[in-house]
Design a protein. Structure first.
Length: 99
């Protein structure tokens, strides 16, 4: 998944707002871009967490997901695959992250 400069700037603006306010709502496409930006990162060391609604069938609460839940590897490369049953996406500031 290639990311344009404009898309990267959009992700950076969303991250800044999430760090300042504690959370931000994402579209599915924005969540895909966020995953693309952080493909080589250790998500547990980031100041933000990707939260989804619908993880393990729980549509009442948001659950933190890790990179293993969104990246698919095969002989042709790495792909971002967000399950269809996830119906809500947010970035939350991790405890201890500075605003």
């Amino acid at each position: 998944m290639g990311i344009t400069v404009k898309q990267l700037e959009s992700v950076l603006r969303l991250e800044k707002r999430a760090i300042q306010t504690g959370s931000v709502i994402l579209t599915r496409r924005q969540a895909e871009f966020w995953c693309g930006v952080h493909v080589n990162d250790d998500w547990y060391k980031l100041s933000l967490m990707l939260m989804v609604r619908g993880y393990s069938g729980d549509y009442s609460n948001f659950t933190e997901v890790d990179a293993d839940s969104v990246y698919e590897l095969d002989e042709s490369g790495c792909f971002i695959e967000l399950p269809e049953w996830w119906d809500g996406y947010q970035l939350w500031r991790r405890d201890g992250a500075s605003s």
